[in-house]
Ligand binder design. Structure first.
Ligand SMILES: [Zn+2]
Length: 147
């Protein structure tokens, strides 16, 4: 399969626009990129769905304890929703959002540490990753040493 240099996923995903082959450093195929977007979106939807379920269960349980003046405006609902997303899920969701933003910006697949390309195989296994395998291992080693 032929690799093309990605400048922006927006450009790439629009079949009518020819891809700029000179600008950009990210090396993934258009097909791969589409797959990553799909994977990331699916993962995100899954987390959001689960979190919503949890929230709804909680709200049903708490319904009798709620004060009458409690305003369940959608903004508060959302705030509460975000607030309840915590720990691993929150971190994961942030990562996914960041990856999707990177795809949009055309910087997806670039290691945040060393700015080398992340191997497509690694991206397939962990599309939300922001580090190449070497930097990830370095990071894990550091975390072990300091914990
Ligand atoms: Zn790296």
């Amino acid at each position: 399969m032929q690799s093309i240099i990605v400048r922006s996923s927006r450009t790439l995903l629009d079949a009518n626009v020819s891809v700029d082959l000179t600008i950009g450093v990210c090396l993934v195929t258009k097909q791969q990129l589409k797959k990553f977007i799909q994977l990331l979106t699916e993962k995100r939807d899954e987390i959001v769905k689960k979190a919503k379920q949890t929230l709804e269960e909680d709200m049903t349980l708490d319904a009798n304890d709620l004060p009458d003046e409690m305003d369940l405006a959608s903004s508060e609902y959302l705030q509460s929703f975000t607030f309840r997303l915590r720990g691993r899920e929150k971190v994961f969701l942030d990562k996914i959002e960041r990856a999707l933003r990177k795809i949009d910006e055309g910087t997806y697949g670039i290691c945040e540490q060393c700015e080398e390309e992340i191997a497509p195989k690694r991206l397939e296994a962990r599309p939300e990753t922001t580090l190449c395998i070497r930097c990830k291992e370095d990071q894990e080693r550091l975390e072990r040493d300091y914990s």
